[in-house]
Design a protein around this ligand. Structure first.
Ligand code: SF4
Length: 529
């Protein structure tokens, strides 16, 4: 019996921290199914709660590695320090991006090179013939059922792989150079989504590639030319097979592709807006708006090209969808601590973002991170020297962006009064329930009131935090409390007290004598009856 212990991954092009489940546990479960080995799945958070969950396993396959560290609400990724204490008496196989950064493993751990799929199958006794990514297709189908063992099932988002590798492979810090370009056939990806859909999954992210726009593209061209027709067919096939999908999103887009092929990219954006679901984000790497840093690190896209990509996506994607969010917006990634970085780099990045605000464009997410240096990348030449040297600048810059950019952009994207739907409660703290849509880079919404984890709520926006929003849940007025009433513009202490003392009501008309028609109209926007 083998335990698949999911320590969660976060790579530039693959996410597996809950509510996400990465493809890796699904592939591994598929391999074990194929080899007729008994298996079960647990997450690292389940293990921490009760280490006995792996007791019946003879061997543990641990998936781990956070290559792009972040803050996570849905789960706490496994750290290297924890590994020696995990069932020390049992044999362990370690897979995932963690192996890229650690050399010194504890005894009893068999560590496989990353990417691991071919090696693992061989180690388990399987026959490896196909060296391409299509190798995973059969395992993706056989192992889909692992989702039923996820503690958040069916409220999980399945990260779906389309292709590995990057045509460019030159940015100094990037770990994608470890992958050869290899695509999965569209029909295999659709079949995988269908298998997961048949198991009750309704949320998907086509997130496991470096550039969604070049999935199914012609890579024999000097610069891969996108294939809008093939992508449209791919989307149609997904909906034909899975008509009740609730979330279909993507992750990475290379702004260079949009700048090089604007016509094809416009067609692809229209397909995404038509066939994927609102709240979608194209995470794009600018990394730095400073030409010196761009040159020294062989970064790909120029600030002008990224600005162009932002404009084109805004052109088609900024209108509001049925869940309260714009259909499709860009996100921008910056990396700090790169070669050639100076104080001026921070100023140039600031100016770039301010220009976006001034031009009335929308960006759903600005990701600011310090470079994590991997030994096999050109960044190893200077290591974390600039990270350490500019630590203070980075901190100040982050503050400034949160204050001058993020809050203004949030108000532009989700103005006060906007109704957001299908928010899933994840955590409750100080009588505020924190919820998010099951989507790509979801907005964090704080609801006044205490609601059970996994409750789904709709709510209207009433305020803004630094990178989150506050909302009033759209619940029955008879269930509303004082804080929820007071959060509504136009409802003061006296009105709220009168409303509460007259509860319960049959309908809004019953309130007319107490608060007047005008206020009833306001309340009816925020509550049901
Ligand atoms: S374009 Fe650069 S950063 Fe993006 S995946 Fe390719 S090598 Fe990495």
């Amino acid at each position: 019996m083998i335990a698949i212990l999911d320590g969660y991954v976060d790579e530039p092009s693959c996410l597996g921290v809950p509510p996400y489940i990465s493809p890796y546990p699904r592939y591994i479960a598929g391999m074990l199914e194929k080899l007729k080995v008994e298996w079960f799945y647990v997450t690292i958070d389940q293990y921490r709660e009760n280490p006995k969950v792996v007791e019946k396993a003879d061997k543990i396959i641990i998936i781990a590695g956070i290559a792009v560290p972040g803050k996570y609400l849905g789960g706490n990724p496994l750290s290297f320090r924890e590994i020696p204490s995990i069932a020390p008496e049992k044999e362990k196989i370690i897979v995932g991006p963690m192996v890229l950064e650690i050399d010194d493993w504890p005894e009893g751990c068999e560590v496989l090179p990353f990417p691991f799929e071919h090696k693992l199958y061989e180690l388990l006794g399987g026959d490896v013939r196909d060296a391409t990514r299509n190798f995973v297709n059969k395992f993706a189908l056989l192992g889909a059922k692992v989702v039923k063992q996820h503690p958040d099932y069916p409220n999980v988002i399945c990260e779906i792989e389309t292709y590995k590798g990057c045509y460019w492979q030159k940015c100094s810090f990037c770990i994608e150079r470890i992958h050869r370009i290899s695509m999965r056939e569209a029909r295999a990806v659709v079949a995988e989504i269908k298998a997961l859909y048949d198991l009750g999954i309704r949320h998907f992210r086509l997130g496991n590639q470096t550039d969604f726009f070049t999935y199914l593209a012609d890579f024999d061209k000097e610069i891969p030319r996108p294939n809008p027709e093939a992508l449209k067919e791919f989307h149609r096939a997904i909906w034909e097979n899975c008509p009740k999908i609730k979330t279909l999103h993507l992750d990475n887009v290379n702004p260079k592709t949009i700048a090089e092929y604007p016509d094809e990219s416009r067609e692809i954006i229209k397909t995404i807006v038509t066939y994927q679901t609102p709240g979608n984000i194209a995470a794009m790497g600018l990394e730095s708006a400073d030409e010196r840093v761009i040159r020294k690190n062989s970064l790909l896209a120029t600030p002008e090209e990224v600005m162009f990509a932002v404009e084109v996506i805004n052109e088609y994607g900024r209108h509001v969808g049925y869940n309260g969010l714009p259909y499709f917006l860009p996100g921008i990634n910056f990396v700090f601590g790169l070669k050639g970085e100076t104080k001026e780099t921070f100023e140039k990045n600031y100016e770039f973002l301010m220009e976006i605000l001034e031009r009335n464009l929308m960006i759903r997410r600005v990701n600011l991170r310090q470079v994590k240096v991997f030994p096999f990348t050109p960044m190893a030449e200077i290591g974390e020297r600039n990270v350490r040297k500019h630590k203070r600048y980075f901190k100040l810059f982050k503050e400034k962006i949160r204050r001058d950019f993020d809050s203004k952009m949030l108000e532009r994207i989700v103005p006060k009064g906007r109704l957001l739907t299908d928010l899933r409660v994840e955590v409750v703290k100080d009588r505020i329930s924190f919820a998010r849509q099951l989507s790509t880079y979801p907005l964090l919404v704080g609801f006044y009131g205490v609601f059970q984890r996994n409750t789904f709520l709709d709510g209207r926006v009433v305020g803004y935090g630094r990178r989150s929003i506050t909302a009033v849940p759209k619940i029955n007025l008879n269930d509303a409390d004082l804080n929820q009433l007071l959060a509504i513009p136009g409802i003061g202490k006296n009105t709220a007290a009168r409303i509460l003392s007259g509860k319960p009501y049959k309908d809004f008309q019953e309130l007319e004598k107490i608060i007047g028609k005008e206020k009833i109209a306001i309340l009816a926007r925020y509550f049901t009856m």
